[in-house]
Design a protein around this ligand. Sequence first.
Ligand code: PMP
Length: 417
Amino acid sequence: MSGDVTRIHTGKPENLTERFAHRAAYMHPSEIRSLFAVASRPDIVSLAGGMPNLTALPMDLMSNVIGELVSKNGMEALQYGSGQGHPKLREQICDMMALEGIRAHPDDVIVTTGSQQALDLISRIFIDPGDVVLAEAPSYVGALGTFSQYEAKVVHVAMDNDGLIPQALREAITSTRASGKKIKFLYLIPNYQNPMGVTLPADRRTEILEICHSEGIFVVEDNPYGLLGFDKPSPNAMRAEDSENVIYLGSFSKTIAPGFRVGWALVPQSLKEKLVIASESSILCPSNFSQLAISSYLADQPWRDQIASFTKLYKTRRDAMLESLEQHFPAGATWTKPGGGFYVWVTLPPEIDTKALVPKAIVAKVAYVPGTAFYADGFGSWSMRLSYCYPTPERIREGIKSLGGVIKTEMELRGLN
Ligand code: PMP
């Protein structure tokens, strides 16, 4: 279609990309998206995507909430609304954040179309081409995609099983500054991290906040999984300790449902105006319909119990995955043991290229995301992310058994056992 339009104007075919803005060159499909077509085949056990498991959501209740919303308050729900987000929902968001120790005012909350939009807005406001964003190594693929579209250079900071390492952060700041580049913010996911599944302990949170505060670097705390802890609550949010220097991102995608596309940013007062203006220019206002559906659901339904049924479901699946990893993965493979969320991160011997292994896994009817997807710099080739959120425990066991077989064969081929 666009090719035809080009021909009409010029009389001859031309390369449309020449007309694109410079930044379009940084718009690539994510590795996860290109995997999706295969991974969603019914014969494949997909440990690839991170889709919330909506079998635990009571659809009859949700249907009542939505039906009532339209019949009783349709004039508002189906109308345009405030660019900053509905005031009632912003209050409820503050109540929810209080569960993680955050004391916030609804005035400082901006409702967004998923937290993904908040990532986009923050990037738009802060990043000039060539600026540096510090991010965990590995980090959330959707955030890396956004940073790259704004032409940021992502500098990864080393992690261990307790998340980001404060000393590595100090070193990354020093070396980045020595190279003359500007650091715009540190992006991190302190709870049940995507993709590693690890959680940052309280003392590290404090240390990281102190480093960023003294270096004048904003912290972007992305926390979609924080309420999905299996055995104990996650430590208090970083925003609970520092309201001046932390931009906090939340989402209803994992605690209610991603189809509503409702998330939020809680920002220092000095940033609010810019964020609202940026958001209005991209979406005018977040969906009143989705916001009010969530607001009524939170007001009238036992949403804490709902979160508890999600965590129960995910915990059973996490257990199935960890047990079958023990059973079926070869010596030489190591993996994280998440206390919540959706993901396990597996590290194999460095000789194994997990991207090259995907076709063999697909033949064995299992899919995963190769580690390189979670790095901006091509690192991670011998690791993989396994999601346990979606398949049944039986399918997870089946998938891990097949994948263990594929990895063992590959290691034998390379003389690694
Ligand atoms: N941040 C992280 C760490 C995520 O895993 C996701 C979704 N997978 C998002 C942000 C975006 O979520 P949403 O836009 O649905 O709120």
